[in-house]
Design a protein. Structure first.
Lengths: 109, 116
């Protein structure tokens, strides 16, 4: 399975701190994407990183990709209470995506 | 809002009922997807449509029947469901399906289904 697996399963931090989540996957990929889901809602796309990229930034988000280790990390800097959500990595293929089980982030005000 | 709407947002149905979930995208996308999200399980891809043609059916039981009448609308017809089918059903769309590369997906808010 190409399914990504996030680590840790849950993370609790104080507002202003940085949050780092990791994703590992099993097979070769063309791209890897990160999504956020607020409780009981749909997923929101955050960032896409292609297999030939090593790092990508979007606002307070920084994503790295290490294809030799089959892993990716998502860093949220200067976290806010509004960042509280579940975060998922997804690996893409021609016509399907494989999602992990997610990291539940709680940012305490 | 993501440009993908789903109705109803909540649905309670008995095991003998027949109901349908509706998804509509206003983004001009060519691909649409149905996902199932159960508690403590990864998101499961159920069906993929590209230009109204089903291109993926991920071993989903026949009690779930998808329909894509045009590139903007996607339905999931439900009949004789089981309690374990209770979950959040998410619809998504993407610009298309490109060989070797996948686009980002835009998700609807989901339909919370409870089967009694």
């Amino acid at each position: 399975s190409q399914q990504g697996e996030e680590d840790p399963q849950a993370l609790s931090i104080q507002e202003g701190e940085n949050a780092t989540m990791n994703c590992s996957y099993k097979t070769s990929i063309n791209n890897l994407q990160w999504y956020r889901q607020n409780s009981g809602r749909g997923l929101v796309h955050l960032i896409l990183i292609r297999s030939n990229e090593r790092e990508k930034h979007s606002g307070r988000l920084r994503v790295t990709l290490d294809t030799s280790k089959k892993s990716s990390s998502l860093l949220i800097t200067a976290s806010r209470a509004a960042d509280t959500a579940s975060y998922f990595c997804a690996t893409g293929d021609f016509n399907k995506f494989y999602f992990g089980s997610g990291t539940k982030l709680n940012v305490k005000p | 809002e993501t440009g993908v709407t789903q109705t109803p947002r909540h649905l309670v149905m008995g095991m003998t009922n027949k109901k349908s979930l509706k998804c509509e995208q206003h983004l001009g996308h060519n691909a649409m997807y149905w996902y199932k999200q159960s508690a403590k399980k990864p998101l499961e891809l159920m069906f993929v449509y590209s230009l109204e043609e089903r291109v993926e059916n991920n071993s989903v039981p026949s009690r779930f029947s998808p329909e894509c009448p045009n590139s903007s609308h996607l339905f999931l017809h439900l009949h004789t469901l089981q309690p374990e089918d209770s979950a959040l059903y998410l619809c998504a769309s993407s610009p298309g399906l490109a060989g070797g590369l996948a686009y980002e997906q835009y998700f609807g808010p989901g339909t919370r289904l409870t089967v009694t």
